[in-house]
Design a protein around this ligand. Structure first.
Ligand code: SF4
Ligand code: SF4
Length: 409
């Protein structure tokens, strides 16, 4: 696509990235067919091709309007369009640039900026989030459904982490920001499964939010501070020979995998960020690599019907497809077919709070597809999808690693 970037962006790092991406787009529109917001709204400007065109106009110096911002806000950043695009257009990277410019050029009204400020202050900070959840649970009947949805029942007291086994293989895991409060069993279950596979898993308490919350709310500077803090916290373990950094929420995994790109122009952190990204693994990659050993440990007992919801961050972000389904089948589950598995469930980080109507429509569609085969359980790989789907239906939703852990006991 022919693009004449305006002076304010042409010779910047962001401008060079955006210009390169825009040149790759041939405007064919294949991506539009797999875009969830286009499917719901039927407006070209609520699909990837239209949004690319809007961003191009903004970067060429056209006036930024509230209408432009609304179309960009309605994007889920699900990256289904990237999977579809035959030209390899990195839409999400262009969107990052476009959203940052729009945010800088057009001040949001208080009704929009206040919830964003609250979300990026509370969610990444467990010291604020944990008490907020406690208060929220007490006041749940009074909250709007988009917020009440985010408050699952108190998690069951899970089984403890395995006692240190002295395995020679050691891996770090990210505790993250909301997951320890909402579902602390996920990392403990991962530690138990890896322990059975001869791997010690541990958390570094000085690490925190991966940066995704602030990054996707356009606070990219503070998101990069989150990333640098994690790198500093993890670095002594990296130097100590840790084999991998296992991230059990695929939404956080895709962010950590992206540290290398996001900090590429940071003179101090670029090298370390590249190493951290190279070490980042989804737990499915670790467990699948030990597939033979796992299968030998799993009892051959049928476990009933299960539907797997593959988060966008897993299938479109990390490009991991089919691995978890195979592991669950090996554990004795019969996987039911799920139509339109490439479409987002509507969770998308803070999207379900900021765009509740669209998120609700997407959730209804997703739960209908997931429940079509009559599963007793739904499994997924990301805490955001898990809480969002659980709040909308009766079928229990679990992280897949918890099911492998239970199958091993
Ligand atoms: S992003 Fe890709 S699929 Fe979409 S219009 Fe551009 S080239 Fe075509
Ligand atoms: S990221 Fe998802 S919602 Fe956004 S344009 Fe691409 S397909 Fe559509």
């Amino acid at each position: 696509m022919d693009t004449q970037l305006a002076d304010f962006i042409r010779d910047t790092h962001a401008g060079r990235i955006a210009g390169e991406i825009l040149r790759k787009c041939v405007h064919c529109g294949f991506c539009t067919a797999t875009c969830p917001t286009y499917q719901l709204l039927g407006d070209e400007l609520d699909g990837p091709r239209g949004r690319i065109y809007l961003i191009k106009q903004v970067l060429e110096g056209r006036e930024v309007t509230e209408k432009t911002r609304s179309h960009l806000d309605r994007c889920l950043t699900c990256r289904s369009c990237e999977t579809t695009c035959p030209s390899g257009v990195k839409y999400s990277q262009l969107l990052d640039v476009g959203r940052q410019v729009v945010e800088a050029k057009l001040k949001r009204p208080l009704r929009e900026s206040l919830p964003r400020t609250l979300l990026k202050t509370v969610l990444p900070n467990p010291a604020l989030f944990a008490p907020a959840v406690k208060i929220g649970r007490a006041l749940k009947p009074l909250l709007p459904s988009s917020l009440a949805d985010k408050l699952p029942p108190l998690p069951e007291t899970g089984r403890p982490w395995p006692v240190k086994q002295g395995h020679s293989r050691r891996m770090l895991t990210l505790a993250g920001c909301v997951q320890p409060t909402l579902a602390p069993n996920i990392n403990a279950a991962t530690a138990r499964v890896l322990d059975r596979l001869g791997i010690e898993l541990f958390e570094e308490v000085k690490a925190g939010c991966c940066g995704a919350v602030r990054f996707h709310l356009n606070d990219q500077a503070r998101a990069k501070d989150d990333m640098r803090r994690n790198i500093d916290a993890w670095w002594p373990h990296v130097e100590g020979g840790v084999e991998a950094i296992v991230v059990t929420a695929s939404g956080c995994g895709v962010q950590v995998r992206d540290y290398a790109r996001l900090l590429a122009d940071d003179a101090v952190y670029a090298g370390k960020a590249a190493k951290i990204s190279a070490l980042c693994r989804d737990p499915s990659e670790i467990v699948a690599a030990e597939g033979e050993r796992l299968r030998a440990l799993l009892p051959a007992s049928p476990r009933g019907k299960l539907a797997f919801h593959s988060p966008c961050t897993l299938q479109h972000g990390l490009q991991i497809r089919g691995i978890i389904e195979s592991l669950l089948a090996a554990a004795g589950y019969v996987l039911t077919p799920v139509a339109d598995g490439h479409l987002c469930c509507g969770s998308a980080g803070t999207y379900s709070v900021l765009q509740p109507e669209l998120a609700e429509k997407l959730r209804i569609n997703k739960l209908t597809a997931l429940n079509a085969g009559g599963p007793a359980l739904i499994a997924t790989a990301n805490i955001g999808c898990l809480t969002h789907l659980q709040a909308g239906g009766m079928t229990p939703v679990r992280h897949w690693i918890e099911l492998i852990d239970e199958a091993l006991t």
